[in-house]
Design a protein around this ligand. Structure first.
Ligand SMILES: Nc1ncnc2c1ncn2[C@@H]1O[C@H](COP(=O)(O)OP(=O)(O)OP(=O)(O)O)[C@@H](O)[C@H]1O
Length: 295
């Protein structure tokens, strides 16, 4: 794949904080135009990985290039193409929201004034309020506005929705969906709210104890895992059920719900017909896929 299409390339990345191996041999390619969900339990290494991508941390071993440049040496031209929103977003507290927006926007020739005005309205940002007086959710909205309005090619979102109320989260997801209409934009989003993430991502990267344990297109994961509801058409279900590739089974006399992997719907339906059952095959929600992958 040409380097033009790879926004971030990571090989053998390792980072230790004292006794803690926060990253342990991470390899990852992030392609242009993708929206990637970075998932993992608390302490899995997500924020540490994202901070390496933008050069805030330097690796102990391995390397990371971002926009074709060693991440530790990103300069103003590259940083002007990267947006970053994180949980502890540091904003300038003594300014009003309006002053902060103006202060940031002058640095960016691409600043999208129309998007700014739309987000100020949709997010109900009080322009006259001092940044330091805003609630965590209001600060988060302001941080999102600032990271998005200069139209970065690469947008790194570290738990961007953690402080948002359900309505603001839904608005934020809509906004992400609009942003990715632009095929050139790439978004990496870490979040624990998997029901949100699954609405927008097309690649899932799952971390556990500093390693990547899954890196796949979301479509491939949804093909790999399925939930099957079996209903007996004649008499009780056989005991045991003669099905391959079953990860979990809940059943009673006449119905069963199976979590399965690597079995196409045609084969599931054929196996169900052999035991006189009807099978409904559904994709597995991301939350369940995640549970299986990190087990
Ligand atoms: N600056 C630091 N100093 C010391 N330890 C750190 C530092 N940053 C991260 N760690 C440790 O590295 C590990 C990975 O942390 P990281 O913040 O990357 O995890 P995470 O997956 O983002 O977690 P969460 O979902 O809770 O945000 C944790 O054990 C954390 O305590």
């Amino acid at each position: 794949m040409s380097d033009e299409t790879i926004m971030v390339k990571i090989r053998g990345l390792g980072k230790r904080f004292g006794q803690i191996q926060a990253l342990d041999g991470v390899d990852l390619d992030i392609e242009r135009g993708r929206i990637i969900g970075l998932l993992g339990a608390n302490g899995a290494g997500k924020s540490t990985l994202l901070r390496h991508i933008i050069g805030l941390y330097l690796p102990d071993s391995g390397w990371c290039t971002t926009l074709g440049c060693d991440a530790g040496r990103l300069g103003p031209p590259e940083l002007a193409r990267i947006g970053y929103v994180h949980q502890e977003g540091e904003l300038i507290d003594w300014m009003t929201a309006a002053q902060l927006i103006r202060y940031v926007s002058v640095y960016y020739p691409n600043w999208n004034k129309e998007l700014e005005q739309r987000l100020v309205g949709e997010y109900e940002i009080s322009l006259k309020a001092r940044v330091g007086s805003l609630s965590p959710g209001q600060r988060q909205r302001l941080a999102i506005l600032i990271a998005i309005c200069f139209e970065p090619e690469l947008l790194i979102l570290d738990e961007p929705a953690a402080a948002l109320d359900p309505l603001a989260r839904a608005q934020f997801l809509d906004l992400l969906l609009q942003l990715i209409q632009d095929q050139k934009r790439t978004i990496v989003i870490s979040s624990h709210i998997l029901s949100d993430v699954e609405k927008v991502i097309d690649q899932a990267v799952v971390m556990k104890a500093g390693k990547i344990v899954a890196d796949a297109s979301f479509d491939a994961l949804r093909e790999k895992y399925s939930r099957v509801r079996l209903t007996s058409l004649a008499g009780p279900l056989p005991e045991p059920l003669d099905f391959a590739n079953v990860l979990e089974c809940r059943r009673n006399q006449s119905e069963a719900t199976l979590t399965m992997h690597d079995l196409p719907p045609e084969l599931i339906e054929a196996a169900a017909a052999r035991i006189h059952c009807q099978a409904e095959v559904h994709p597995l929600p991301l939350e369940d896929i995640y549970r299986i992958v990190v087990a």
